[in-house]
Design a protein around this ligand. Structure first.
Ligand code: MF3
Ligand code: CO
Ligand code: CO
Length: 250
């Protein structure tokens, strides 16, 4: 069931969404060769508690950490560890904050030092894929319109869209209806209405689309070991288009 959120509920979600976005701003200067993803996890964890929030990933279906950190060929749900970042890596940091019972979910892929050509390419394409998806959102457009626009752009750039994971409705619940696929056919699927709140979060691979799940039951990697990048926003459908909720406070 896809819920329509009232203007009051949307206002109530904003602090959680803003905090998740602020967390990505906070973390950016720490993304350097030599830091471990555990260190990033601790920074996110403390930053969230200090704001009176709860890091939604922690213990979510057994996820062991407070943030997802997905390096290079890791597509999503990377578990922070004692492994150090190296120059030339790319890393997606996916933050979900619970504040006053509401969720805000946003992610960004960062460069560690200077990127090589393929790293820059996949990150640029993933970023633009999210922007294109967002540009489609308005009442009357369909979920298929969003997926189609993203898929057409990404494949036109000779990259591929991961099929197994998608955007999602969000609110008091982390993952709720609808599922927001990042591929599809125009005019198909749910018609968007003012007050729907969901994420768009395309995962883009520089190689083939196929992924596999590692033995830890969380880490998703590209089968061909090619680089993968992702950006994510939480947004609300408005009368005229949409409003991105995961914007930083300054
Ligand atoms: N933040 C991810 C998403 O965008 C979900 C992470 S679930 C976790 O939907 F358990 F791995 F944290
Ligand atoms: Co997320
Ligand atoms: Co999400």
């Amino acid at each position: 069931m896809v819920t329509i959120k009232t203007p009051e509920e949307i206002e109530a979600m904003k602090p959680a969404c803003r905090h998740a976005a602020d967390t990505l701003v906070m973390i950016e200067p720490y993304i350097k060769a030599g830091i471990t993803t555990d260190d990033l996890n601790d920074l996110v964890h403390e930053f969230t508690l200090k704001a009176g929030g709860i890091p939604a990933p922690l213990n979510y279906h057994g996820f062991p950490k407070s943030v997802c950190t997905s390096v290079n060929h890791v597509v999503c749900h990377g578990i922070p560890s004692n492994k150090k970042l190296s120059d030339g890596d790319i890393i997606n940091v996916d933050v979900t904050t619970i504040l006053d019972g509401w969720h805000g979910d946003t992610s960004k892929t960062f460069f560690v030092g200077e990127p090589k050509v393929r790293a820059r390419k996949v990150v640029d394409v993933a970023k633009k894929a999210l922007e294109i998806g967002i540009s489609i959102v308005r009442p009357g457009a369909t979920l298929g319109d969003i997926g189609h626009a993203i898929q057409t752009y990404v494949e036109g750039e000779r990259c591929s869209v991961v099929r197994e994971y998608c955007g999602h409705g969000i609110g008091r619940v982390f993952h709720e209806d609808p599922q927001v696929l990042h591929y599809g056919k125009p005019g198909t699927g749910l018609e968007l209405k003012t007050g729907m709140v969901f994420t768009i979060e395309p995962m883009v691979n520089v190689g083939k689309a196929a992924v596999k799940l590692l033995g830890d039951r969380w880490t998703v990697v590209t089968r061909d070991k090619s680089l993968s990048a992702q950006f994510e926003h939480t947004l609300v459908v408005t009368e005229t288009g949409c409003e991105i909720l995961t914007v930083p406070s300054s």
